[in-house]
Design a protein around this ligand. Sequence first.
Ligand code: 3PG
Length: 208
Amino acid sequence: MSKIREIMRASPVMPVIVIDRVEDAVPLAQALVAGGIRVLEVTLRTAAALDSIRAIAAAVPEAIVGVGTVTRPAQFAEVKAAGAVFAVTPGLTEELAAAARAADMPLLPGVMTPSEVIAALGWGFDAMKLFPAEQAGGIGMLKALGGPLAEVLFCPTGGVSLESAPKFLALPNVGCVGGSWLVPKDRVAAGDWAAITTLAREAAALRG
Ligand code: 3PG
């Protein structure tokens, strides 16, 4: 099994995390892990992202910390040095695929069309993020892709919720789903880690 498939099996939901203040990183990761969500996608969307990955990797050994929103080839080496053990991209180019390989970084590449799935298969990927999942057609799109491209395992992300997640997870070609609902901005700003543990517990229970 590819490393990225192993990571997808470790958690039914991959939280898409945006961290504004590096001091929130460790308590947030601990709150998610306490609720049973160990796979974390920390997005490179804020100035605090790299230091947050570094802090989580050092202080929360139970977490499987990855990086999201990777869009430039040079970022793979940088995030690996910070301690990220996998990466997620919103889309895929040949340059990104080559850079992930050169950095020996397991990658969950974003795709949205059959041609993109075929290109990613050609570059050696057997697991992909369907992004943005709802806009790409959601459940119907995944069922349709499962015909000709059944060997691909997907992590649909974008518009997935606690309510819709079970329908996605019931599909044979879905390994996990991604979503930001576990990490509401206002709960993080308030330091309400107990609320995040509750959301993580609900998400972890999606795969019994
Ligand atoms: C993202 O990259 O922000 C993800 O697609 C999250 O989408 P969501 O907020 O709809 O879960």
